[in-house]
Design a protein around this ligand. Structure first.
Ligand SMILES: Cc1cc2nc3c(=O)[nH]c(=O)nc-3n(C[C@H](O)[C@H](O)[C@H](O)COP(=O)(O)OP(=O)(O)OC[C@H]3O[C@@H](n4cnc5c(N)ncnc54)[C@H](O)[C@@H]3O)c2cc1C
Ligand code: SF4
Ligand code: SF4
Ligand code: SF4
Length: 380
């Protein structure tokens, strides 16, 4: 029997409305140099560009998070077989940390821990660089590679010259197509910062041993409840709905809700919290079809949820993740809160509840779309 191909992804994933637009198929297409498939429109699944160059190898089908082809294998490798009960995934201990580097802390989303760690890994020659996402405007990020501290700081989200950029931006998306960029950096030892859907496709490629996944030394996973997308026409509605002038946004963060730090022209500062369930009009539709909140296949996961302001929640998972994190901690680049057993448990329950809510939303979405739950999450 010939393998399933991108044609099958179109019928089984795209046409059913469950493509997560993670970019995995585009990034790891065996015939990538011919641009067989690619993203041609924003907020839409990839399409054939040069179909005649398709090798019909089936890689795109196997690595797609929505075919669940390698889920069992990954769940075994990353010890998350009881995902349904413990959607927080495999871990030993949860940490809450803050960068000791004042610049990373200043520009960091939470505690500046991710960028501090990447910088440490570069300095220790564990990696040559990292694929990160550079802030272009409050709702727009571009994938970028960082080779040093300066690049990392430039890629951070807090320092914005919003007013001019905003006028030029036509589409607003908090989602970055970082994974398709991987092919550009083939000869490097890289860290990749990514959302759960992105890290999933990388892990599939590593399981299959297909280039360029062997160059990915470390997967740094961000928590992700959902991502946002809207076109210029919706901006006015957004600003009106939530009484936010996007030109005054100093910083955006996502923890248990979407948080805007506003700094207006009269020098007044305020913080606005928008609950996820008020943001359905702006959420990427693709995110409804996603069940992983905490990035269970990452080497280390990071989020804001559970930690106080300016601290990052850190969950080392794999042996490599544990080793790297311990080495960084021992090198004194972070301040870590001493979380006793009770606080650990409280944090785990909070994160697990968010993760369970995401699974619930996923199952409801599948039901609405009349799709079978192949991942068998609705098995109680
Ligand atoms: C789209 C998105 C959704 C998130 N949702 C949640 C959530 O629901 N709950 C929660 O607790 N935390 C969420 N997070 C994680 C949280 O916002 C912080 O990124 C995390 O706590 C790390 O903070 P830090 O200060 O240690 O990272 P920093 O030191 O500031 O480093 C962050 C790194 O992430 C990279 N990056 C930023 N955006 C992206 C992107 N879109 N794709 C790939 N890389 C990116 C940056 O370039 C930088 O290298 C989300 C993050 C993102 C990007
Ligand atoms: S060449 Fe292989 S990976 Fe690329 S589109 Fe065709 S089947 Fe998919
Ligand atoms: S979910 Fe990702 S891998 Fe699957 S079709 Fe969509 S973009 Fe490609
Ligand atoms: S919720 Fe996050 S991880 Fe899931 S599809 Fe959306 S961007 Fe990807």
């Amino acid at each position: 029997m010939s393998p399933k191909t991108f044609e099958d992804l179109i019928t089984e994933v795209h046409d059913k409305g469950i493509c997560q637009e993670c970019g995995g198929c585009v990034s790891f297409c065996s015939s990538a140099e011919y641009d067989v498939i690619g993203f041609t429109k924003p907020n839409a699944p990839p399409e054939y560009i040069n179909k005649d160059k398709c090798l019909e190898c089936g890689i795109c089908y196997v690595i797609c998070p929505q075919t669940h082809y390698l889920h069992e294998e990954l769940d075994t490798t990353y010890k998350s077989l009881d995902f349904h009960e413990m959607p927080i995934g495999h871990y030993d201990k949860i940490y809450s940390c803050q960068s000791k580097d004042s610049k990373f802390l200043e520009v960091g989303t939470d505690g500046g821990v991710v960028n501090s760690l990447i910088n440490f890994l570069i300095e220790e020659n564990i990696i040559d660089g990292a694929i990160v996402a550079k802030m272009e405007s409050p709702f727009s990020r571009e994938s970028a590679i960082a080779y040093n501290k300066e690049d990392l700081i430039k890629a951070s989200g807090a320092t914005l010259d919003i007013s001019t950029q905003l006028n030029e931006v036509q589409k607003f998306s908090t989602y970055t197509h970082s994974i398709p960029k991987l092919n550009h950096y083939k000869f490097k030892k890289l860290a990749v910062v990514g959302t759960p859907c992105q890290i999933y496709t990388i892990r599939c490629m590593q399981a299959l041993g297909v280039t360029p996944s062997q160059n990915i030394e470390v997967c740094l996973g961000l928590f992700c409840y959902e991502n946002f997308f809207f076109e210029k026409a919706q901006i006015e509605k957004f600003q009106k709905d939530f009484n936010i002038n996007l030109k005054q946004v100093e910083k955006i963060n996502i923890k248990e809700d979407l948080i805007f730090k506003i700094h207006d022209e009269d020098n007044n500062k305020r913080t606005i919290h928008l609950p996820f369930n008020h943001l359905n009009d702006y959420m990427r539709t693709a995110c409804n079809a996603c069940s992983d909140f905490t990035n269970i296949y990452a080497d280390i996961s990071f989020g804001g949820l559970g930690s106080q302001d300016k601290f990052t929640t850190v969950i080392p998972r794999t042996e490599k993740g544990q080793k790297i994190f311990t080495k960084a901690k021992e090198s004194d680049i972070f301040d870590c809160v001493d979380l006793g057993e009770a606080k650990q448990e409280k944090m785990r329950d909070l994160i697990n509840n968010f993760a369970k809510n995401k699974i619930k939303r996923y199952l409801e979405f599948l039901k609405k779309m009349g799709i079978q739950d192949n991942y068998k999450l609705g098995r109680e």
